[in-house]
Every structure is written in structure tokens, then in C-alpha cells.
Design a protein around this ligand. Structure first.
Ligand code: PLP
Length: 374
């Protein structure tokens, strides 16, 4: 099999030349300031969240042990689904082992023969992968372009169409015009899927952008979510009507053929949801820090926790990220092919649990490193 290693080396050389190498190096050190993670509320290490996870480990063990359809459904899954409904204003929820599998489930179970999928061009990779798996024709529409979507839906009159967008985009941090998108979808009888991975726990006092827009529970709309970002746990969910939930239980392959969400993660997410509801100041802390970061870096503040700083080239972005890591400041570095518009960027997250002074100090380093004048 030595031929294969030669091929891997060849691919690695190509990636190196293009500046698109990825690495899973451990960057976190004890004293580093982490402005790269998606733990926006600092709940992953909150003692109440950790204690809930530990308690669930003791009660249920480390694994759900089977698919939810076999013996893998545990009371903690139904408790989590109820908590998610309460938080987001939806009538029903179904939890999955990740946000990724939740998106695959929703898209594939809602499309198929006779359907058509329209995807915002900046949508997350999991939605693009779902599109490839869904056995329906699919196409992209220009990012946040409601008029283009309207025109295409008019052409697809009579076809069952699913439209997929994010509420807050994961790389650029900008928001979708949800009210307009929902209106267009309703007029054309299309179903709008809103991925709230970066909205829940952040926007709309933590209840998400769909709730804030007054769209929760609508007949033409469903939400997908992850538990692994602001909720500090692991797992994903699809939220909508009870009929949608029943359909997914019967048709979503990443529900049927996947082991149920680990009970510790489910219990941790419930504790995190309680904190989001009980501590509005914590949620508001994201916006405060986002404004501080945007101001210091002379960029437009984004709708959510993610602030995005364009960098001239993939190599420059990597160099800036590595230099900052050496100074104990961790920032995300996104390059092609992981950026929707082909522009490399540093991705800086506003974390509500970091003291303002610490954020300000870290951002001064980022500004110096990216040659942005304070
Ligand atoms: C917009 C969006 N959707 C879905 C996911 C997948 O979520 P998870 O990490 O829970 O699989 C992510 C995570 O990166 C995301 O950013």
C-alpha cells in the first residue's frame, strides 16, 4: 500500500502550496484567551452544566446504547426536547447526535422525489452535504437575495420546494432577512428551513432570531439547531410542528440509523437552556463584547457573536493566527474552501464569559497583528 502514502504526500504538498492546509493541533493553553471557540456563553465549563452532565452519566451511563427507535430514547431526550420547545417557541422538537446530522435529517426527509431544494449560497457545509444527499434537484441562490428567491420560486410554481438558510451566518456573522424570506416562502407555498446554530443562545435574548422575528411555530417554517455552540454541550435538534417531528422519526435516516444523543450531553444542554433563560445579562454580554471587538478592529459589528476580519491571503491569515496563538490569543482562521466568498479571514468570537478588560487586551493584539490601527 506504499502507493497510497505517496498519493497522500502529493495531496499534502498541493495543499501546502495553496496555503490551505488544515491541522488539528492543540492550541489551547492554560493562560490563552480563546476568541476562536463557539462556546459563546462560556457554558461548556459552567459548574451547573458540568454537574448536570455528571449526574446524567451516573443515572444513564455514558451512551444511549442504541438508536432512538430501538432502546436509545431516554427520559432526558424528551426533557431536552421540551426545554428546546419552551426556549424557542416551537411546538415540537427532535434531538440528534449533532447539528450536522440534524441538518442532514431535515433536508433529506423533506425533499426527495418531486421536490426541489434552494440553498442560500453562504449556507453551512452540512446543508450543502445534505443537498448532495437529498435526491432532489438543488441549486444555490445569491446570499440573502430575497428578490432572486422570489423569482425562482415563481418559476417553480406547483413544485414542493424547501428553502434553506441560516439565521446568523457562521463565517461572516451576518444575519438573514428572515421576515422577508418567510413571507416569500409563505406566498409560494415553500417550506423555509432556518439553521439557528449561531442564533439560539445569542440573538432574541437567547431564544434565537426566528423567535425574535415572531416567526416561531409558523406552518411554513422549521428550525435546526446545534447544542454545541452557545449551549456548550453536543448534539443537534430540528424544531417545528408535531407533524414534522413524526415525519422525521419515520423518515430521517440520521435519526433512524444513528445512536441516540449521549445522555450527559442532553442533560448538560438542559442545564444550559435554564441558564440562558435565567441569566439575560449573560446573553446580552455577547453583544457588548461584539461591539467592542468590531469598534477596535474598525469592522461592521455583526448580528451575532462572530466578528469577521478579511485578510489579504490564506497565507497571511495563517501567519496572523499563528502569531496571535504564540502571544496567547486564539482566533479562528478561515480560508478557501471553507469561506463562502473566497476571502480568507480571521474569525473572532465575542464570548460573554470573558472579562471586558481581557477582551480589550486581546483585541489590541489582534489589531496590531492585522495592521489595523486602533
Ligand atoms: C451553521 C451551522 N450549522 C450546523 C453546524 C453543525 O453543528 P454541529 O457542530 O453540532 O454538528 C454548524 C457547526 O459548525 C454550523 O456552524
Amino acid at each position: 500500500m506504499s502507493g497510497w502514502n505517496a498519493w497522500f504526500d502529493e495531496r499534502a504538498t498541493l495543499r501546502h502550496a495553496r496555503g490551505t492546509e488544515r491541522t488539528d493541533a492543540i492550541l489551547r493553553q492554560k493562560h490563552s484567551i480563546d476568541l476562536a471557540s463557539n462556546d459563546y456563553l462560556g457554558l461548556a465549563s459552567d459548574p451547573r452544566v458540568v454537574a448536570a452532565g455528571v449526574q446524567a452519566l451516573r443515572t444513564y451511563g455514558a451512551s444511549a446504547g442504541a438508536s432512538r427507535l430501538v432502546t436509545g430514547t431516554l427520559p432526558v431526550h424528551h426533557d431536552l426536547e421540551a426545554a428546546l420547545c419552551q426556549l424557542t417557541g416551537n411546538a415540537a422538537a427532535l434531538v440528534f447526535s449533532s447539528g450536522y446530522t440534524a441538518n442532514i435529517a431535515a433536508v433529506t426527509a423533506l425533499t426527495g422525489r418531486g421536490a426541489h431544494l434552494l440553498l442560500d449560497a453562504h449556507a453551512h457545509a452540512s446543508l450543502h452535504d445534505a443537498a448532495r444527499m437529498c435526491r432532489s434537484p438543488y441549486e444555490l441562490f445569491a446570499h440573502n437575495d430575497v428578490a432572486a428567491l422570489d423569482a425562482r420560486l415563481a418559476e417553480l410554481s406547483g413544485v414542493r420546494v424547501l428553502v434553506a438558510v441560516e439565521s446568523v451566518y457562521s463565517v461572516l456573522g451576518d444575519a438573514a432577512p428572515l421576515i422577508e424570506l418567510a413571507d416569500v416562502c409563505r406566498r409560494h407555498g415553500a417550506l423555509l428551513l432556518v439553521d439557528e446554530a449561531h442564533g439560539i443562545g445569542v440573538t432574541g435574548a437567547g431564544r434565537g432570531s426566528v423567535h425574535a422575528a415572531g416567526l416561531a411555530g409558523g406552518d411554513h417554517l422549521l428550525v435546526t439547531a446545534t447544542l454545541s455552540k452557545s449551549l456548550g454541550a453536543q448534539g443537534g435538534a430540528v424544531l417545528g410542528s408535531p407533524q414534522l417531528r413524526t415525519h422525521l422519526v419515520n423518515a430521517a435516516r440520521t435519526f433512524i440509523f444513528d445512536t441516540g444523543l449521549a445522555p450527559a450531553a442532553a442533560a448538560a444542554a438542559i442545564a444550559a437552556i435554564d441558564i440562558v433563560v435565567d441569566e439575560p445579562d449573560r446573553v446580552a454580554g455577547i453583544g457588548l463584547r461584539a461591539a467592542l471587538i468590531a469598534d477596535a478592529l474598525h469592522i461592521e459589528p455583526s448580528a451575532g457573536a462572530v466578528q469577521s476580519v478579511p485578510i489579504s491571503s490564506p497565507a497571511a491569515a495563517v501567519a496572523a493566527r499563528d502569531a496571535l496563538a504564540a502571544q496567547g490569543v486564539l482566533v479562528g482562521c478561515f480560508r478557501p474552501p471553507s469561506v463562502p466568498d473566497g476571502v480568507s479571514r480571521l474569525r473572532i468570537t465575542a464570548r460573554a464569559d470573558l472579562p471586558l478588560g481581557e477582551v480589550a487586551r486581546a483585541i489590541r493584539s489582534v489589531a496590531a497583528q492585522t495592521a489595523v490601527l486602533l
